[in-house]
Design a protein around this ligand. Sequence first.
Ligand SMILES: CC(C)(COP(=O)(O)OP(=O)(O)OC[C@H]1O[C@@H](n2cnc3c(N)ncnc32)[C@H](O)[C@@H]1OP(=O)(O)O)[C@@H](O)C(=O)NCCC(=O)NCCS
Length: 206
Amino acid sequence: MSCQIKEVDLNRLPPADDILSEREYAFYQTLRFPKRRVEWLGGRFALKELVRGVTKAVWQEIELLPGVTGKPFLWVKGKSSPLAFSLTHSRGWAAAAVSEDTPFLGIDLEKIEHRIDAWAKDFFHPSELTGTGDAFLTALWTQKEAVVKLLGTGLSLNSYDVRCINGTPSFFGAALEVYTQMGTPAITLQTSELIPGFMFTAACGQ
Ligand SMILES: CC(C)(COP(=O)(O)OP(=O)(O)OC[C@H]1O[C@@H](n2cnc3c(N)ncnc32)[C@H](O)[C@@H]1OP(=O)(O)O)[C@@H](O)C(=O)NCCC(=O)NCCS
């Protein structure tokens, strides 16, 4: 199982109309907040650079359009693409991943920061809290978010329904139903400090 990852600095993006297709540009113009606009653009730039390498299509032939749940859909030269992909953004950075040999993929990037204890208690099941400290909790957060993106649900689920214990995910409730419908793929989590000060997880399912 392998995936390609690309991170981009949001201060170094090409102009939106160079990167985006007409349909993407029309959506981009509906985004009101400058921070959201630049993150949306940066994720697409990172992904298009990866997809360009795989398909030889040019930026504007690669379209990533949002679906109703927030999970975007990838089109290359007007056709729905079978490539597995995922996007994330955090604090001035965006990253994307694609895979040709992994059917399910989710990634997440988060800045390592101190967060209050109540946040960890709310978000993580006690069985997940096998360590302490800001780097550990941020890594755990990226694992859970990468897995909910792989499932395609995002955080519409109860966060206790996906539990990442020592780098292995397990599923309960509504998450177990989705995971079962997907055919119970074996999921590998790879967590690293992709950018200094940021934790990153790629969840690959096969
Ligand atoms: C999906 C979710 C895990 C994103 O996490 P986050 O840390 O806030 O944001 P990240 O920057 O890491 O990831 C955002 C990207 O995840 C992707 N994403 C969003 N929903 C997704 C889903 N259901 N499945 C897979 N990927 C999803 C998108 O590519 C999004 O980037 P984009 O909007 O620029 O295209 C989580 O925030 C969530 O579930 N949000 C709710 C989405 C929602 O309520 N949508 C309402 C529909 S309008």
